[in-house]
Design a protein around this ligand. Structure first.
Ligand SMILES: Cc1cc2nc3c(=O)[nH]c(=O)nc-3n(C[C@H](O)[C@H](O)[C@H](O)COP(=O)(O)OP(=O)(O)OC[C@H]3O[C@@H](n4cnc5c(N)ncnc54)[C@H](O)[C@@H]3O)c2cc1C
Length: 228
């Protein structure tokens, strides 16, 4: 990046960047997945009625999207669930975080995923979408019935997921990983569910194609691609 571009970006960042504080970081075993508790004093979480995403500065002029989950509007706190098994600035950033650090973010926006009343809400995704579905579950409290599956490449992470979180989402083992969720779906009876798919984009597209071929399925599919 040349000097002029950097200067323009610095001015922009000075105007828009907001700060939050890291309250706690919990690494799973092995440490390629993190739960990060944040205090975001400037955020009004009362208004959230769809799953949100926060654009965080992870290194110089570099931003990544993550999903605020398990929020408490009164204390302005939430938790990010971040997969870091890949090599990237986002992974490096989360791996280096510790309690008391300041984080910078551009803003928080809505995704198109929100619960629909009186329907079964079927969630399908990989580890990058854990926060996304925890958020959907929180929004669906008293509205709709959430269930589904998350694919894991590591057995230890699948175990930790079941230990730490509600078991409404079933962990499934990635074998040839984009097929594991299809196999899981083949064991489910479907009708008019709202299906929420998030995470790896090619897998999400494959799952949607597979669902559309199911004769017993006459519901709706909502896809939110994360990475590809
Ligand atoms: C709306 C939205 C919400 C999101 N919420 C979350 C969230 O809550 N938690 C979360 O972990 N991610 C989330 N993501 C995905 C995250 O922003 C991206 O995965 C991001 O690219 C990771 O940045 P990185 O710098 O670590 O890797 P990058 O430098 O972006 O990518 C490096 C390489 O790794 C691959 N890659 C990226 N992500 C993964 C992955 N999860 N597993 C395996 N390979 C990968 C890329 O395809 C690329 O080849 C979200 C994305 C969006 C759009």
């Amino acid at each position: 990046m040349n000097i002029i571009k950097r200067k323009v970006l610095s001015v922009f960042e000075n105007q828009v960047l907001k700060q939050g504080c890291v309250l706690e970081v919990r690494a799973w075993n092995p440490a390629t997945f993190f739960e990060v508790d944040l205090h975001l004093p400037d955020v009004n979480m009362e208004k959230w009625n769809s799953v949100q995403h926060i654009k965080i500065k992870v290194s110089a002029y570099t931003y990544r999207d993550y999903t605020p989950a398990l929020w408490d509007a009164e204390t302005h706190t939430c938790t990010l669930c971040i997969n870091s098994s890949q090599n990237g600035p986002g992974s490096a950033w989360v791996s280096s975080l510790k309690r008391g650090d300041t984080i910078s973010y551009i803003g928080i926006g809505s995704t198109f995923h929100k619960p629909v009343a009186d329907r079964r809400l079927l969630c399908l995704g990989d580890t990058s979408s854990i926060g996304h579905f925890l958020a959907l579950k929180q929004l669906a409290l008293g509205i709709g019935d959430v269930y589904g599956a998350i694919s894991f490449s590591l057995e230890s992470h699948a175990r930790e997921f079941s230990d730490y979180f509600d078991t409404y989402l079933q962990p499934v083992q990635e074998k040839k990983w984009d097929l594991s969720l299809v196999s899981w779906l083949d064991q489910q009876e479907l009708s008019n569910e709202i299906v929420y798919i998030a995470g790896h984009i090619p897998t999400a597209i494959q799952l949607r194609r597979h669902l559309k071929q199911r004769e017993d399925f006459n519901g709706d599919i909502k896809l939110q691609g994360f990475w590809g």
